[in-house]
Design a protein around this ligand. Sequence first.
Ligand SMILES: NC(=O)c1ccc[n+]([C@@H]2O[C@H](COP(=O)([O-])OP(=O)(O)OC[C@H]3O[C@@H](n4cnc5c(N)ncnc54)[C@H](OP(=O)(O)O)[C@@H]3O)[C@@H](O)[C@H]2O)c1
Length: 322
Amino acid sequence: MFAVYAAGIDRENPLSVLGVGDLPEPETPDDWVTVHVRAASLNHHDVWALKGQALKAEQVPMILGTDAAGVTDDGREVVIHAVLGDPEAGGGDETLDPGRTLLSERYPGTIAERVRVPARNLVDKPAELTFEEASCLPTAYLTAYRMIHTRSGTAEGDTILVQGAGGGVATALIVLGKALGRTVWVTSRDEDKRAWALEIGADAAFESGARLPGKVDAVMETVGEATWSHSLRSLRPGGRIVVSGATSGPNPPADLNRVFFLQLSVVGSTMGTIGEFRELLDLMARTGLRPVIDRVLPMDQAAEAIGALASGDVRGKLVLTP
Ligand SMILES: NC(=O)c1ccc[n+]([C@@H]2O[C@H](COP(=O)([O-])OP(=O)(O)OC[C@H]3O[C@@H](n4cnc5c(N)ncnc54)[C@H](OP(=O)(O)O)[C@@H]3O)[C@@H](O)[C@H]2O)c1
């Protein structure tokens, strides 16, 4: 079966261990369902896998990819919920199941001709969305949706700050933030990306680390070390940072004086439940909102797409088709 996979682990040069070609059909539980992949989207998670931060050396070769939309053997058009977990084990929330995993961590991922998943993880693809659009939603958009809707403590009319402008999650935070009625401020290191963030709907865009015209109600943080102290400085008293990633590093100074004196909250967020995923799909179908796609490439050009992701040279989602 044609697949894009981690053939090894290389922290310094992840592209050197990217495999593109035929692999034997992987083994999966018998009661799982086959999905013929029509489109799969990439995430920084795929770079982390090649670098050995989301995958161990003894697990390779491992097919990459957490996200896909496709068709089952009986013709059902589906999008895959990327969290493999038991809601009961997480008190009603599969993202809190201590044993939860994503596709491409313990089981083969989605960037292949076919992927097998538990039946519970199949969600009907709204007819309004193309396969390419639907494939963008399971990780970046679901993560952004839960960050704003469930974890940020903000309401319509509140102001959120999104750190970083080009990334998959950052872009999702901008467009979903607007759709959910928030005022959205954005930072980026890059002038062109700041201009582009305004084009896709941000209310204001600032240079990374810039002094803002006012304090925000919540910060959406995926960059980590490079932006953390700015995130803390940007919050109003009682404000909240929602953190779902640390691309530039996980250990910034905590600045505890600021945290307790201003009574700030630091809240983690990871992926979302299947219920939140259905809400997100419904929001997209109802409002006409669509994910921002940087480019769509055939799977055999995965190296170009993963190279762009590793270097940060992206504006929205990268989609691969078989
Ligand atoms: N917890 C979860 O469930 C979950 C889900 C999805 C993603 N994530 C994590 O979230 C992060 C983003 O994921 P993604 O797929 O959106 O990745 P991505 O597309 O590669 O994101 C790149 C972003 O990071 C910013 N950035 C990178 N290095 C920076 C630096 N040194 N200084 C300032 N900004 C920097 C860029 O902002 P500029 O505009 O400044 O270039 C850009 O917005 C990753 O760490 C990923 O693992 C977590």
